[in-house]
Design a protein around this ligand. Sequence first.
Ligand code: ADP
Length: 636
Amino acid sequence: MDQNQNQNNGPRNDGPKNKQSLLVILICIIISLVMVNLLGRMSKGMTSEVEYSEFIEMLDKGEVESVSLKADTLTVTLKKQKKMGSPTTIYTTLMEDSSELVKRLEKAGVEKFNREKQDVVSEVLYTLLSMVVSVVVMVTLMSFLFRRMNKNGGMMGGVGKSKAKAYVQKETGITFKDVAGQDEAKESLQEVVDFLHNPVKYTTIGAKLPKGALLVGPPGTGKTLLAKAVAGEAHVPFFSLSGSDFVEMFVGVGASRVRDLFEEAKKNAPCIIFIDEVDAIGKSRDARYGGNDEREQTLNQLLAEMDGFDTSKGLLILAATNRPEVLDPALLRPGRFDRRVIVDRPDLKGRVNILKVHAKNVALDESVDLEGIALATSGAVGSDLANMINEAAILAVKNGRKAVSQKDLLEAVEVVLVGKEKKDRILSQEERKIVSYHEVGHALVSALQKDSEPVQKITIVPRTMGALGYVMHVPEEEKFLNTRKELEAMLVGYLGGRAAEELVFDTVTTGAANDIEQATKVARAMITQYGMSDRFGLMGLAETQSQYLDGRTVLNCGDATATEIDHEVMKLLKKSYDEAKRLLSENREVMDKIAGFLIQKETITGKEFMKIFREAKGIKEPEIQDAIEQKNEIVE
Ligand code: ADP
């Protein structure tokens, strides 16, 4: 998630390190060999070797001054330099009996001949010296290498070491001001900050201090940011690491890392340990989620350490997860992670504040209305919003502007939600027509129904995330509840695209796959979770599994009921589809007009859409305005 996981001391780097040390050892050996060779040569003097026959030739020519024999090596000193650069001393190996050599020397008139005894002492000394030199070279290089590896905590010596990276306040530099829209979470954590500042205040009254807090919420809502802000506010060091950093191939390493982390943290107390994605180690030991010895050992160690430390020292553990349901109950009991701080998706006000925080350092022009952007981004999390602001700034630069405008921001919202415009995808005339009718089908059904959101924009420009066109809805206000009528209207809206295709072209295409998926999801939820079916009444038939991730549900009923549920879903979808077809066929003329306009323009705004809609339906504008105020009806 952030830089603290990108340390270069992990086992991932052991491979290159192993290679490096092998290379160094190899270099040592080569250097030693070269040195031994050099020493050998030095001991023989700077001489050159010649064939024995060559030596005899020189002897015959009278070029030899003196000869000395040691073992079977003859060292020969020549009378004078014959050629420039040729050596004055040469050596050769004796190839005959030494008495024969003596005769030859006498014959050639060489008087200086001495026979050296083999010097055993110097031989041994020479061997010893070369060994000592090579060992010294190797030891020096190896110790240098190990010192470097230890510094990085790598190789085997560092496996059990904690990989947590300590941040001091100066480095996190983040305070609660940087976290927007999570007021409740901040409030709960404010106490924790106070406790880190002044633990004595709590202990004197006899209050037990919290050991840990679990930050729970969907990805990107600012859990890591909040943990950093706690450290920043409390001005204490911040040890940050991810749950997966503990998990290693070798059994026992995780546990040893936990031990090491706590030891390190205790030395630095008061401080905060932050474990991101704690579910990687804290998964329930129940075999339902798959057993794993290493993980269980690591978890046991974590539990033991959490029991073992003294809170009065000011050590606090924060952990983040988006899957609280899989955590081991032992981890959640009082005395361990006894506080649960929910960091949920921001609401409208929260989104506005997050946009403001991120827009602080971005030049905005007067057209910008962050509230409008927040309205259009229902369901977006903090990281999405941060991304949108940045995308908008990049767009403004690309268009050669000095400040970001509302148009850039809206475009950025679309880039984040549906991808960039895919200009190189050329649709055939027929396909453009189908896509136009499909999108107008959605929009028209929405506009014709009282309980659906107004249309903001319709486009048939393909996007990189796969959409060939889409309708953008922007609600007038944020909703936390949906009525049955609204959900039914939503279903008709989803199926409006397919209904238009069938009505106009008398055939259907693959373009409705995503609509069908969404509609089925809503219909299924209405029947199994919201108690909105006449057939099953209030019976709860499904359970949410991962509330903070994809919100997946599992059925909680018998097979026969599951089959009946499928029938009910089918019935509901069919009813909605028929309704969509009815609405569109009654308004065929309006649909043709808007679709024709859309084919021409590629993108039309909500205003343009409503103008054609009203003209075709013969509705005067003020009338509709009144209607909105009175009945909260559809607006542009
Ligand atoms: P999480 O840990 O929940 O997955 P992060 O804390 O890593 O999410 O958030 C990622 C980024 O999104 C942050 O660095 C920040 O820029 C932005 N962000 C998320 N939530 C908020 C928020 N509430 N206020 C401001 N910025 C936020």
